[in-house]
Design a protein around this ligand. Structure first.
Ligand code: BGC
Length: 359
């Protein structure tokens, strides 16, 4: 009798421990070494205060092996939904397939997991539009009628499908202005080779990106910009136009260009509205950023996860081809931030607080 009692107490304790540790939704983000993904973590934590589901957030530190380990750990904790932002789009397919095999729904977050049908949904910003916004900004800032304006191209990591989408959007807008002589590409022989083509194949883009990649790394970006400036002639400087793929790399590239005495003025793009770049914009050191309101992305991802946990289907508005599947996508809009509208878009919207910056 006593033994039976002890056994049932033990079972109850064990069950409650298991229930306590059970996690409903697992979130895996690429790295916390970049402010962009720390922003996502913070916004997830804010949004999750109001849900009844248990959620765990892990970072992969830019390592596919760590990413896989994270996914395995979450599967072992019983997750039903995995929200994964891959470090390496192709390598992540193995982790997604593990999750799928374990009966877990897989949501690709911000970056698309490539080459597998194990992805159920994709929650993203309109990334081609991000590139177009960058291209448009550079075109709008050219003095009407001028020709041969120096254009420096930089891109994200080849392992990130978004790097292609951003470049594709930017090229769509910039190419006609390269073809008519408004811009002159300075730092990419691969881009010069195809400068008369409006629509590039993935291979053609891969060659350009391979040449001008920052690998999403500030140090690589800075070194690349310095090398380009060392190679460039004085005539390739003066007032220059720089396609920088995101805020972290934009600050690094802008620092290199500012340090060159032959660069008189520059227009440089960015994205993510990172705090440091917002300060750069206020100070006139970065020209624009594409604001991707992470609150929207987080809300969409959590909504989708909750619907799936309740046996319902999220509504999708687009599809993205990952090479194996046309993945149904939930897409958020983007906004362009410059010195003129920074207060309105980032402070008045409650995204950041005014006291975070020196005005
Ligand atoms: C994201 C950007 C980010 C970049 C580097 C991209 O996939 O969409 O917001 O700046 O990765 O982490």
């Amino acid at each position: 009798m006593k033994r039976l009692l002890l056994l049932s107490i033990f079972s109850v304790l064990l069950l409650s421990a298991v229930l306590n540790f059970a996690v409903d939704v697992g979130i895996v983000l690429p790295t916390n070494a970049e402010p962009r993904w720390v922003q996502d973590e913070t916004r997830f934590r804010d949004a999750l205060k109001n849900t009844k589901y248990s959620v765990e957030i892990l970072f992969s530190q830019g390592l596919p092996a760590k990413e896989r380990e994270n996914v395995e750990a979450l599967i072992a904790k019983g997750i039903k939904v995995l929200i994964l932002c891959p470090h390496d789009a192709v390598a992540a397919s193995a982790a997604a397939e593990l999750a799928k095999k374990a009966g877990v729904y897989v949501i690709s977050y911000d970056r698309l997991i490539m080459g597998t049908d194990a992805v159920d949904y994709y929650v993203t910003f309109d990334s081609v539009e991000v590139g177009r916004a960058m291209g448009r900004f550079l075109v709008q800032n050219v003095k009407a009628g001028t020709k041969g304006n120096p254009l420096y191209l930089y891109a994200g990591a080849l392992s990130d499908n978004n790097a292609f989408l951003f470049f594709q959007g930017a090229w769509e807008i910039l190419q006609p202005k390269i073809a008519d002589g408004t811009f002159r590409i300075i730092n990419s022989s691969e881009a010069i080779k195809v400068q008369s083509k409006k629509n590039l194949t993935r291979d053609e883009m891969a060659k350009i990106i391979g040449q001008v990649t920052t690998n999403w790394d500030f140090n690589v970006a800075k070194r690349k910009a310095e090398d380009d400036l060392t190679r460039a002639k004085a005539a390739d400087k003066g007032t220059v136009y720089i396609l920088a793929p995101n805020d972290g790399t934009a600050r690094a590239i802008a620092d290199a260009f500012r340090a060159d005495k032959d660069v008189k003025a520059y227009f440089i793009t960015g994205q993510d509205a990172e705090k440091a770049s917002v300060q750069y914009i206020i100070d006139g050191k970065q020209s624009m950023t594409v604001f991707k309101d992470v609150r929207l992305l987080v809300k969409d991802a959590i909504n989708a996860a909750q619907l799936l946990l309740e046996g319902k289907k999220p509504t999708t508005t687009a599809t993205y081809d990952n090479g194996k599947k046309k993945v149904p996508a939930i897409q958020s809009e983007i906004q362009v931030v410059t010195k003129d509208n920074v207060k309105k878009l980032l402070i008045e919207s409650g995204y950041y607080s005014e006291k975070d910056f020196k005005w």
